[in-house]
Design a protein around this ligand. Structure first.
Ligand code: PA5
Length: 427
């Protein structure tokens, strides 16, 4: 719902006439996107995943670890956040705990490993390139922990990586069950491939429903933003950014969707942050951040768009009655009603202050809706990338830092590492 982002109610806002003019560019962009999908071009290929991903292949590969009580996914960025979005959103429907080791903060890594019963834990190591230092280092640490505990890690590990590289070599050497990151699919667009779905399968989620939800969203892609919710979002965010809303705060109203905001932040930042362009994504959580960030969103600089995510139907819990007169109104309500009232009040309060906001609505938090959300936001991002005319699917700044890190640790000769050494010597 982009009604609260229109110029008639918000500043900055975009007028209906401006959106109609922008629609010509959306039609051209859509042609370009369709061509890219048909030709299986790098990046655009991600939008073919609902048809391309084979759940049976994933199920067969994870068979040896399907009984795990805990699954440690070792991966970072696009190799972790898609899986984490799905399993964290659906955590209350799974008996398997999903743990994500992305950071290499030593205290945190040790504390995670110390608390796990490794006999009943499986490892899901994911790296498209197979060279990312954080992932490979954490994997070596986890492997060592299994060995020290006398647990055969080769029986408990599944690998998802590209055709070649150190992780592929390691996987071949130990004959580990493995899956391939599909060609043409950048990390942050890979949630609907084995990259995101191995963890979902081990946690017992419905892979077909995830893909069906994504496929239904794919069906809506068309040459007009007025007919396609994903393009409406991508075009509106672009138009608002052009008019000064350089910050996009995503605010899901469900704890289960907090990781979705984290995933979105990566998608938006790493895909669109190029050539001095791109909106800055911010993560917030309803209702919690009503008591911290909302003041700024309603009364601070007019440089923000707020993207609300409504979770739809959720389980509810009654608020117990009390004989304190001033609290009686709470006893007549449920926590769900309170949350909904807070959502409505916050949305209305921003609209009343003329602050642009958009609402993404799920029917409920399940596999089908999550598949649609992930696919829709990816399509929105690809469309926005076309409008900005940036290369949505590359990430040179990320690669720069990866090379510098390797070089600094003696993992090869990289000019990026020399640049860092030069800078640090000036301190
Ligand atoms: O989206 C991206 O390309 C990045 O966030 C990568 O996913 C991240 O850097 C991890 O890379 P890799 O999967 O090669 O280990």
């Amino acid at each position: 719902d982009i009604g609260n982002a229109l110029a008639s109610v918000a500043s900055p806002g975009v007028s209906r006439a401006a959106l109609e003019r922008l629609d010509t560019q959306v039609a051209d962009a859509h042609e370009r996107i369709e061509r890219g999908m048909d030709d299986h071009e790098h990046g655009y290929e991600a939008l073919n995943l609902p048809q391309r991903t084979d759940p049976d292949e994933i199920r067969t590969a994870v068979e040896p670890v399907a009984d795990a009580d805990t699954l440690i996914t070792v991966g970072i960025g696009g190799s972790a956040l898609g899986a984490a979005t799905i399993t964290n959103a659906l955590a209350d429907q799974s008996d398997t705990e999903a743990v994500y080791l992305d950071n290499v903060d030593p205290e945190w890594v040790s504390s995670q490993l110390d608390r796990l019963d490794l006999e009943n834990t499986a490892i899901n190591v994911v790296s498209r390139s197979g060279t990312t230092a954080e992932t490979l280092a954490n994997f070596l640490v986890v492997r060592d922990e299994f060995e020290s505990a006398g647990v055969d890690w080769t029986e408990r590990t599944i690998v998802t990586t590209g055709d070649a590289g150190p992780l592929r070599d390691l996987s071949d050497r130990h004959d580990l069950p493995s899956l391939k990151v599909p060609d043409g699919v950048p990390g942050r667009f890979s949630a609907l491939s084995a990259v995101g779905m191995v963890a979902a399968e081990v946690c017992g989620h419905d892979l077909e429903a995830l893909l069906e939800g994504a496929a239904a969203e794919a069906e809506t892609l068309s040459g007009s933003l007025f007919e396609c919710p994903a393009y409406a979002y991508g075009a509106t965010t672009y138009a608002l950014d052009q008019r000064g809303a350089g910050i996009n705060a995503m605010v899901p109203y469900a704890e289960s969707l907090e990781t979705a905001a984290e995933w979105f932040a990566q998608l938006w930042a790493e895909s669109l942050g190029k050539d001095d362009l791109g909106q800055t994504p911010v993560r917030a959580l309803g209702v919690t951040d009503q008591h911290s960030q909302l003041q700024l969103y309603r009364a601070g600089p007019r440089d923000k768009l707020v993207t609300f995510v409504s979770p739809g139907e959720t389980a509810d819990r009654a608020i117990p009655e009390t004989d304190v007169e001033d609290l009686a109104y709470l006893g007549d309500s449920t926590l769900g009603e309170l949350l909904e009232a807070e959502f409505d009040a916050t949305e209305a309060s921003l609209a009343a202050a003329g602050r642009p906001n958009v609402r993404l609505e799920l029917e409920r938090v399940d596999e089908y809706e999550l598949g649609g959300l992930l696919y829709g936001l990816e399509a929105a991002c690809v469309l926005a990338g076309e409008l900005y005319a940036v290369n949505t699917f590359e990430q040179p700044a990320v690669e720069w830092a990866k090379k510098a890190t390797r070089g600094l640790l003696g993992g090869g000769e990289f000019e990026e590492a020399e640049a860092v050494a030069e800078k640090t010597s000036l301190r």
